[in-house]
Design a binder for this molecule. Structure first.
Ligand code: ADP
Length: 605
C-alpha cells in the first residue's frame, strides 16, 4: 500500500494518506471541476470512494455530473467502489449535525474499504448545507478530523460555500485543512495552511530528535508493561548482549534479572506502577546473553497515558562505577604500601647511618690503641715479636674502616644525602700526585706505575677528595688484579670540553660476560676470586661509578681476559662561580696518606 496517492488535481499533484483538503467555492460548478478528477484518481488507485452531496443537489444530478468525467461510473457504483450519499444520512441526526454519527460513518467505511481489499478511503463531503448556528460544532469536529486521520489510509475533501461564511469561519476552515482550494479569476489556487504544516514539521522534527536522543542515550531505556518490552534503545540491546532490538522486544524486564532477584524486581515494578510520577530505584543485576552478570541500577516511572499500564525503566550499568571504585581502592592500597615502603626506607637509611657510625667509633679507638701499643713495643725493644700481630690487626682495622666508609657513602648517595664539594681545582696535578703516591707501593709488589698527560695543568670543577677516592679505588683494583712484573698506566687527556682519565693494567682481565655487571653493586667477578689475596666487598666500582656520575661524567671498561683491563673516565670540563661549602662526607679524620692505606687495605703486603 503506497503512501503517496494521486490527487487527480494538477494544482495539488501527489498527496499522502491523512490529507484533509478544504475547498471554498462561490459557484457549484467550481467543485465539480476539481472534485470529479479527485474522485476519479481515487477509483483508479484502488480506493473506496464516497461522494456526499448537499441539499443543493440530488443523487441523480451528482451521478450525471460524475459521469461527465467518469464515463464507466455505473460499473464503479454497482461494483461497490463508489458510494453516493446524502448529507442527511451521513451527517445529521434529527436534522442537526451530529459529530458521533459522522465519525462512526467514517470509521465503518474505512474498515469496509480495507476489508474489501481497497487501499483506503477517499471522500468528498459537501458541507454547504451547514446552518450558520452549527458552524462551531462542525468546526471543532473538523479540527479533530485533521488530527485523527494523519495516521490513517484516508483522504477527505470538504466543500464549503464561501458565500454563506463569515471571515472568521473562512479563517477557521483554512486553519483546519492541510490546504484549501479557491478560485481566483478563472484559475484555481492553493492556500497552504502553513500554520498547520509548520506545527506538523516541528512535531515531526521533535519526534525524530526525541527518538534519536532516546536511541543514542548511553543509558538503557525500556518501555514495558508486565507482559513484555514494547520499546527499547540501542544501549539496552548492548547491555543485554543481544544482537538486535528485535530480540529484546517481547521479553519481560523480569526475564533480564537473575531468578534470585526477581521477587525484589517484581515488587519494584509494582511499586513504580502504583506510585505517582516520582521515580523509585532498585539496585539489582542483569543477566546478559553471554552469561555475564552486570550490576545495575533500575529507575522506573509510570509511563502510561490514561488507563495504560506502561512503565518506563532506565537501566544504568554500574560496572564502570564498580571498576572506578575498585581502582580508587587499589590506588589507596598502593598509596598506603608506598608510604609504608618510604617509611621503611627512611628507617633503613637511618639504621645504616647509625650502625656505620657505631662500627667506626670503636674501630677508631682500637686503631689508636694499636698505634700506641706499637710505639710502646718499639720503645721496649720487643718489637720483632709483637709488631707482626699488631700490623695484622691494624690492616684489618683499615679494611673494616674502608668497608664502613663505602657502606656509609653508598647509603648516603642512595638517599640523596651525599653532596660533592666542588672546587675549581687543577685535576692533572691531582691525578699525578695520587698516581705518584702509589707508585712506591706498586714497586714493592713488582709493578710499574706510569703517569702521562697531554697538558701540564687543567683547572676544572671537581671534588678533589672524591676524585682521589675514584682513583685510589681503580689503582688498588689494578694492583690487586695484576701479577708481579706487570704495568699500570694512568693517562690523562684534556680536550676542549672533556677530560679523559684512563687507568690501564696488564692484569688478569675481566671475562666478557661479566663486564656489563662490573659496576653493579656487590658484584664480584667470581666467588673463586674471594681469596685472601683478592678480597673485597664488590662495592668499590659501583661507588666509583656513582661518584663519576655525580660529576656528570661517565665510566666505561675495555678488558681482555688474560691481557688486562682499562677503565675510562670522561668528565666534562667546566668552572663554577661559587665553590660549594665544605660538608662532611665520609672519612674526614684521615689525611691523604691514611686514606691511601685505607683504600689499599684489601691488598695484603
Ligand atoms: P671489590 O671491592 O670486590 O674489588 P669492586 O667493585 O672494586 O669490588 O670490583 C668488582 C669486581 O671487579 C672485583 O671483584 C674483580 O673481580 C673485578 N675487577 C675490578 N677491577 C679489576 C681489574 N683491574 N682487573 C681485573 N678484575 C677487576
Amino acid at each position: 500500500m503506497k503512501n503517496l496517492r494521486s490527487s487527480g488535481i494538477d494544482l495539488i499533484g501527489s498527496i499522502s494518506w491523512g490529507t484533509h483538503i478544504g475547498q471554498l467555492y462561490t459557484d457549484i460548478e467550481e467543485y465539480y471541476k476539481t472534485m470529479i478528477p479527485f474522485i476519479k484518481a481515487g477509483l483508479l488507485d484502488n480506493e473506496l470512494c464516497i461522494w456526499i452531496y448537499s441539499n443543493k443537489t440530488c443523487y441523480e444530478e451528482v451521478k450525471e455530473r460524475l459521469k461527465t468525467g467518469i464515463p464507466d461510473i455505473d460499473t464503479y457504483i454497482t461494483g461497490g467502489q463508489l458510494l453516493i450519499k446524502s448529507h442527511v444520512e451521513w451527517y445529521l441526526k434529527n436534522g442537526k449535525f451530529d459529530a458521533d454519527i459522522t465519525s462512526k460513518h467514517w470509521s465503518r467505511h474505512l474498515s469496509l474499504a480495507l476489508s474489501q481489499g481497497y487501499d483506503g478511503l477517499r471522500a468528498v463531503g459537501d458541507t454547504s448545507w451547514i446552518e450558520i448556528n452549527d458552524f462551531d460544532k462542525i468546526n471543532i469536529y473538523e479540527e479533530g478530523i485533521s488530527k485523527d486521520i494523519t495516521e490513517l489510509p484516508f483522504i477527505v475533501a470538504c466543500l464549503y460555500d464561501a458565500r454563506m461564511l463569515s471571515t472568521y469561519e473562512i479563517a477557521e476552515i483554512i486553519k483546519n485543512h492541510t490546504f484549501t482550494v479557491v478560485r481566483y479569476k478563472d484559475k484555481y489556487k492553493l492556500i497552504h495552511n502553513t500554520g498547520l504544516q509548520i506545527k506538523e514539521q516541528i512535531k515531526e522534527r521533535s519526534m525524530e530528535m526525541y527518538k534519536r536522543l532516546v536511541q543514542f542515550l548511553p543509558v538503557s531505556i525500556i518501555i514495558h508493561d508486565e507482559t513484555r518490552i514494547h520499546m527499547c534503545n540501542q544501549s539496552a540491546v548492548a547491555l543485554t548482549g543481544l544482537k538486535s532490538t528485535h530480540e529484546l522486544l517481547g521479553k519481560r524486564l523480569l526475564d533480564l534479572v537473575p531468578p534470585t532477584l526477581r521477587t525484589k524486581a517484581r515488587e519494584h515494578l509494582r511499586n513504580a506502577m502504583h506510585s505517582s510520577a516520582e521515580s523509585s530505584y532498585l539496585q539489582s543485576e542483569i543477566l546478559c546473553n553471554c552469561g555475564e552478570i552486570k550490576p545495575v541500577k533500575i529507575v522506573t516511572i509510570p509511563y502510561g497515558l490514561g488507563e495504560s499500564n506502561l512503565l518506563l525503566s532506565v537501566i544504568m550499568d554500574l560496572t564502570p562505577f564498580m571498576r572506578i571504585n575498585e581502582l580508587i581502592e587499589d590506588v589507596e592500597r598502593h598509596k598506603q604500601l608506598l608510604n609504608l615502603s618510604l617509611e621503611y626506607n627512611r628507617l633503613k637509611t637511618e639504621f645504616f647511618t647509625n650502625i656505620s657510625h657505631e662500627l667506626r667509633t670503636p674501630l677508631n679507638v682500637i686503631l689508636s690503641v694499636i698505634q700506641l701499643l706499637k710505639l710502646q713495643s718499639e720503645r721496649l725493644n720487643n718489637w720483632d715479636i709483637e709488631s707482626k700481630y699488631i700490623d695484622m690487626m691494624k690492616q684489618n682495622c683499615y679494611r673494616l674502616i674502608r668497608l664502613v666508609n663505602n657502606l656509609i657513602d653508598i647509603t648516603k648517595i642512595d638517599s640523596n644525602y651525599f653532596h660533592l664539594e666542588l672546587r675549581n681545582y687543577d685535576i692533572i696535578k691531582l691525578v699525578r700526585d695520587i698516581t705518584n703516591s702509589v707508585a712506591e707501593y706498586g714497586k714493592q709488589r713488582g709493578l710499574y706505575i706510569h703517569f702521562s698527560c697531554n697538558s701540564a695543568s687543567k683547572v676544572m670543577a671537581c671534588d678533589p677528595d672524591q676524585i682521589e677516592r675514584i682513583l685510589l679505588n681503580l689503582l688498588s683494583n689494578a694492583i690487586k688484579y695484576t701479577p708481579s712484573g706487570g704495568s699500570i698506566w694512568v693517562d690523562v687527556y684534556a680536550g676542549d670540553n672533556a677530560l679523559d682519565i684512563r687507568v690501564k693494567d696488564t692484569g688478569i682481565g675481566i671475562p666478557k660476560d661479566k663486564q656489563q655487571y662490573i659496576f653493579d653493586r656487590f658484584m664480584q667477578v667470581s666467588s673463586s676470586t674471594m681469596t685472601r689475596e683478592k678480597e673485597g666487598s664488590g662495592i668499590g666500582l659501583s661507588l666509583v661509578k656513582a661518584l663519576v656520575e655525580m660529576h656528570n661524567g661517565t665510566i666505561s671498561l675495555i678488558s681482555e681476559p688474560g691481557a688486562g683491563s682499562e677503565f675510562i673516565i670522561k668528565l666534562p670540563i667546566r668552572l663554577i662561580d661559587i665553590e660549594e661549602p665544605c660538608r662532611i662526607n665520609s672519612c674526614p679524620e684521615f689525611n691523604h696518606a691514611e686514606r691511601l692505606v685505607v683504600e689499599f687495605s684489601d691488598i695484603y703486603s
